[in-house]
Design a protein around this ligand. Structure first.
Ligand SMILES: *Cc1c(COP(=O)(O)O)cnc(C)c1O
Length: 451
């Protein structure tokens, strides 16, 4: 499997290893697979008895068969995933795919773990180009950073620098970012998540800085994070394909749209699914695009589902590339947009998020995190709509509710039980450096540490 830039699909194709370490293409585009492999037979061959690692190994082999043999694929799957997704029924016609069994208790552990394992493997194979070390630079609105920090913590020859918006992540999220120490460095940015993301993009655009420090990204823009996220859709499909419902729909709480894009990729590779629902919070530029055909990014606003507070989702460029490759960088499309053939949008206000958390708890006794609640709300609206037939909606449960204690307390008057792996972070001291929201401030920090 080779990769090209979304901004120059006819340009030079690079290997997986190169795409992994470069993160973003030299022209500022995102790497995207050149070919659309036909994995229909492979995906349909997976059944209820296939474990998550079985599914992941089969997918790795199917996608990267030219680089990894079966044994290597399985070893990579095993090394990446010491945790596994779980399906549970929430309401009739509505299942949750729990994705928070990893060390940071959010779905991003899947992408981050695979990325770390794949980078390590490429560095060991000598396939990472001229480099023997790497500095990973990543912006987080809360959850990315802790997943990446945990996945890379203690790895040799790799340092991780995490930018997060000061005062805009939860206290627990901040502890998860700032307490690991060692090769994990936390920068507290005076600004918003969009500022953090812009600073990272600007740093990568500085060729001299990038080369000198071997800068690499670990954001959801990195194909090493994106691709493994397709594995749990395939796993869920394999678990559910023999059920009675005629239609399978995935509902994805979305911010930067990496998770959703991974599902769409699995669909382009042959996973049979009727539809996807993109559940957004008040930052609803994609649902608006689906309705109006106009994509107009804008500054993000803070919501209860803060890991989805993204005003200009990076992966939209990939979605455009998949659905409308001729459109280049146009921000408008004729209606109905090509994307809306498979994707429905739903914007969920803070009030609805809160009300859904409360109602879900009252009717099922289960506590869902605010991001998952946005998904549950969107799934319920879909099931009530004319479009839904005999449908099973699988909503991705993106984080453990205990990561959002304050929101849970306000919504349902109760605190979820905190898993041990989260409790230990709270006891450790915070270590971070405050920086202004400029490229200059970031460059100075990077050069001081690694220059
Ligand atoms: C990151 C995150 C999201 C949004 O995922 P994207 O891939 O950025 O769309 C949703 N929920 C939680 C808990 C997250 O951490």
């Amino acid at each position: 499997m080779k990769f090209v830039s979304t901004r120059n699909p006819d340009g030079p194709a690079v290997s997986f290893g190169e795409a992994l370490f470069r993160g973003i293409a030299p022209d500022g585009g995102l790497y995207h697979p050149v070919d659309v492999p036909d994995l229909r037979a492979l995906i349909r061959s997976l059944g209820e008895d296939a474990s998550f690692v079985d599914c992941a190994a089969a997918m790795i082999q199917g996608l990267f068969g030219d680089e990894y043999d079966a044994e290597t694929s399985r070893a990579l799957a095993l090394k990446s995933f010491s945790f596994t997704p779980e399906l549970r029924e929430l309401l009739p016609g509505l299942q949750l795919l729990d994705l928070f069994q990893g060390p940071s208790c959010a779905f991003k552990d899947y992408g981050a773990s695979f990325l770390a394992a794949a980078m390590e493997a490429e560095l060991q194979r000598g396939d990472a180009g001229p480099r023997d070390r790497a500095v990973i630079l990543t912006a987080t609105s809360g959850d990315t950073g802790s997943a990446v920090a945990n996945a890379f913590s203690g790895r040799e020859n790799i340092d991780v620098v995490i930018l997060y918006p000061s005062g805009r992540v939860s206290p627990l999220q901040e502890k998860q970012l700032t307490t690991l120490g060692g090769n994990i460095h936390a920068l507290e940015v005076r600004g918003s998540f969009d500022d953090c993301q812009r600073m990272v993009k600007e740093a990568f655009a500085q060729e001299a800085l990038r080369e000198r420090l071997s800068l690499t990204s670990a954001n959801s823009i990195n194909v090493g994070r994106l691709i493994p996220q397709s594995f749990y859709y395939v796993y869920a499909f394999a678990q559910l394909k023999d059920r009675d419902e005629d239609e399978l729909v995935f509902c994805v709480p979305s911010g930067n749209f990496g998770n959703l894009t991974a599902g769409i990729l699995a669909w382009t590779w042959g996973m049979p699914v009727t539809r996807f629902i993109a559940a957004s919070n008040a930052n609803d530029v994609v649902p608006q695009y689906l309705e109006s055909g106009v994509f107009s990014p804008r500054p993000s606003v803070s919501t209860l589902a803060n890991a989805m507070d993204v005003g200009n989702p990076s992966n939209f460029e990939r979605l455009m590339h998949i659905f409308d490759p001729g459109a280049k960088n146009e921000q408008t499309a004729p209606l109905p947009t090509p994307m809306s053939g498979i994707l429905t949008g739903c914007a969920v206000s803070d009030e609805k998020i809160s009300a859904t958390m409360k109602q879900t708890y009252r009717t099922t006794g289960q506590i869902v995190c605010p991001h998952t609640a946005a998904g549950v709300y969107a799934a319920q609206r879909y099931l009530e709509s004319e479009r839904a037939g005999n449908t099973l909606v699988v909503t991705l449960a993106t984080a453990h509710p205990a990561k959002f204690v304050e929101v849970c307390r306000d919504a349902i008057g109760l605190e979820p039980e905190m898993p041990e792996r989260l409790k230990r972070f709270l006891k450790l001291p915070k270590r971070s450096v405050v920086v202004e929201n400029t490229l200059e401030a970031l460059s100075r920090e990077l050069l001081d540490r690694f220059g």
